[in-house]
Design a protein around this ligand. Structure first.
Ligand code: EPZ
Length: 419
């Protein structure tokens, strides 16, 4: 079991190039199934989750190769419609392949995706929407089968009770080759959905309204391959900005998606950091001590404050002057990282959806265990600014979403080794 050994105390400085977005890459790799052609993805991050997605594509008969940050996916011969149970277990978000496989073959079989570190991860909205598009859904012994009796989906008007990212993605993926028009009301507006729609339009899909709450997809006969560059990862960007805020110093994100990161930056600015964002670069400098964020930080669907940045910002606020309050509104249990931060000396009280963080002077190193992807990253954010050495175990969680994590931190002057 690998560990990160982090010795805190260095101020950070330097500039980094952001990896491609994990949460764009995964749905776009699923979307490539629909092209029945060869697609090339640039800025594809080298991540455990991306390797899992590649294994799913290959199990379906696609030819998927990853060389550096370039992925080549040829789905010409893909005929599979079953996602292997072992791969469903490996990556819960494999569920986003459902819409693409259904759209391509008219059938999809997969095992019920278990809960994960963030709590139960129901898929009721996914299944209800696909059923409205004509899918006959049955389940037996933990396996779910979706079947389009007419061989392909038909358009539908779908109103989501909650702007679910995954459900919005699955509906779009199933709708692009469906018969007729599909309208999604209360659609998720996350930037990664826009990235996936840009990719699909490059393949010939007809999609309007992505990034807004109402998306309209006009089904087409077929799609063709394309070359596409994945957008930068806004949560990885938030992570390195929060790390510099926690440790002190200054850094530049060289290829940031500034507009998409605005919901996070607008809160980070309230800590007293100097932030200058222009075009695709973000400069951050932390001079004196951080200040607590006065208003309650509520995680909300985009363009609200991103739930994926909650743990990361909390780690930085653990040593701010004053008290900050978070409210986690997206996932049932996304405070599992607080025990580790408390072990490092943070003063945090969790009460239901709320978490109250009273700033302390300094954190100290400790042996901690990563609980989930962003919770593990939060421990690293805390450790870089802490006094002494922190050992983070179970770092496979972190490797799911951060490319060259230790290289990035080292390039900023942080002291971290992978053991
Ligand atoms: C995506 O997960 C992201 N994952 C998550 O990022 C992110 O935290 C989340 O969106 C919210 O932004 C990927 O893109 C691979 P949801 P997803 O469907 O699609 C409930 C990370 O750290 N829900 O918007 O699963 C659900 O339980 C990961 O990179 C239902 O109840 O998120 C959750 O409470 C973590 N029924 C809420 O909605 C459904 O049918 C939001 O889920 C679907 C969802």
């Amino acid at each position: 079991m690998q560990k990160f050994i982090i010795t805190g105390g260095n101020r950070l400085s330097g500039e980094i190039e952001l990896q491609g977005s994990k949460n764009s890459t995964l749905p776009i790799m699923a979307a490539a199934i629909l092209a029945k052609d060869k697609c090339v993805l640039e800025s594809c991050p080298n991540l455990a989750d991306v390797y899992s997605a590649a294994r799913i594509l290959n199990s379906l008969g696609c030819k998927c190769s990853l060389v550096g940050n370039r992925a080549e996916i040829d789905s010409s011969e893909a005929e599979g419609s079953k996602i292997p149970e072992s791969l469903m277990r490996e990556m819960r978000s494999s569920i986003m392949f459902m819409g693409a496989i259904l759209g391509r073959t008219g059938d999809c079989i997969f095992s019920v995706p278990g809960g994960c570190e963030l709590g139960p991860r129901p898929i009721d909205m996914h299944l209800a929407a696909l059923s409205k598009m004509g899918a006959e859904i049955s389940s037996c012994g933990g396996e779910i089968s979706c079947h389009m009796p007419k061989g392909k989906a038909h358009g539908a008007r779908i109103s989501l009770s909650f702007p679910s990212v995954g459900a919005t993605e699955n509906i779009i993926l199933c709708a692009v080759l469906a018969e007729g028009e599909t309208v999604i009301n209360n659609a998720a507006r996350e930037p990664e959905i826009c990235d996936m729609c840009r990719f699909l339009r490059s393949c010939g899909a007809k999609i309007k309204g992505d990034g807004e709450s109402r998306i309209v997809v006009e089904g087409v006969e077929k799609l063709h391959g394309c070359e596409y560059r994945i957008m930068p990862d806004r949560i990885a960007g938030a992570t390195y900005l929060a790390m510099t805020a926690a440790a002190g110093g200054a850094m530049i994100l060289k290829n940031a998606c500034v507009a998409e990161m605005e919901p996070f930056i607008s809160v980070l600015e309230q800590t007293g950091c100097f932030i200058c964002a222009a075009e695709n670069r973000i400069y951050l400098r932390r001079g004196g001590r951080l200040k607590a964020v006065r208003d309650r930080i509520r995680t909300m669907p985009h363009p609200g404050f991103p739930t994926d940045a909650q743990a990361i910002l909390m780690a930085a606020l653990a040593t701010a002057d004053g008290t900050s309050v978070f409210e986690e509104n997206i996932f049932d249990c996304r405070y599992r990282h607080t025990d580790a931060l408390i072990k490092m000396g943070a003063d945090i009280q969790v009460m239901g959806k709320a978490a109250v963080i009273r700033g302390v002077n300094r954190l100290h190193g400790a042996d901690v265990e990563a609980t989930d992807l962003r919770g593990g990253a939060a421990m690293a954010v805390a450790a870089v600014g802490a006094e002494g050495t922190t050992r983070i175990s179970c770092i496979s969680h972190i490797d799911r979403g951060y490319e060259k994590f230790e290289n990035m931190i080292t390039s900023l002057g942080g002291r971290i080794i992978r053991e």
